[in-house]
Design a protein around this ligand. Structure first.
Ligand code: ADP
Length: 185
């Protein structure tokens, strides 16, 4: 069994960017519920249509939908040698579902990317200009931050001293070096 990594952090915290670098370095699949939901929305599938009403306003997609999506993804062959979870679990029920499905061995390293609120808003507004993601407008960004504080932040306490806090500010390369150090220790 290879590495089983979880990236936690606020929206716009750089999880996706760093996850892609770690995937290249370690060769583990990058399992991003945000990416999977956007793919489903782009394909116009049932799941995509259901997800859209939540994603577009910055709410969490119902747990049963994302848990099923992740369960299916982690059961695929390429995840047998490890994985990097990004954006899941995002609340306590999802964390409990993950523990139930995969047991205590589900995660070996939990990295929390720490970025302050002002920086996050600035990054997301910039991304809105560059990528035009429908949920990157100011109102939705503020709501996603509220959801993060209310639903996702409690996971830091849930995972307790297993969480490695990494400073998520600075250059992409600097942040990656800090993460690589944590993954090596
Ligand atoms: P960000 O971290 O910038 O918010 P993501 O791509 O991780 O971006 O998520 C985008 C949206 O997808 C979220 O606002 C939410 O609506 C939905 N989403 C992603 N992951 C989950 C999840 N684990 N549970 C519920 N909804 C999710």
């Amino acid at each position: 069994m290879g590495r089983r990594i979880l990236f936690l952090g606020p929206p716009g915290g750089g999880k996706g960017t760093q996850a892609k670098m770690v995937r290249r370095a370690l060769g583990v699949p990058h399992v991003s519920t945000g990416d999977m939901l956007r793919e489903a929305m782009a394909s116009g599938s049932d799941l995509g249509r259901q997800a859209e009403t939540y994603v577009s306003v910055g709410d969490l997609v119902p747990d049963e939908l994302v848990v099923a999506l992740v369960e299916e993804r982690l059961a695929r062959e390429d995840a047998a040698g490890g994985y990097l979870l990004d954006g899941f679990p995002r609340n306590l029920p999802q964390a409990e579902a993950l523990a139930e499905v995969l047991g205590d061995e589900a995660l070996d390293t939990i990295v929390y990317l720490d970025v302050d609120e002002e920086e996050i808003i600035a990054r997301l507004l910039k991304r809105a200009e560059l990528e035009g993601r429908a949920d990157d407008n100011e109102e939705t960004i503020r709501h996603r931050l509220e959801v993060f504080h209310g639903e996702t932040e409690p996971l830091i306490a849930y995972y307790g001293d297993r969480v490695r806090r990494v400073d998520g500010t600075g250059s992409v390369e600097d942040i990656y070096c800090r993460i690589a150090l944590e993954l090596a220790s």
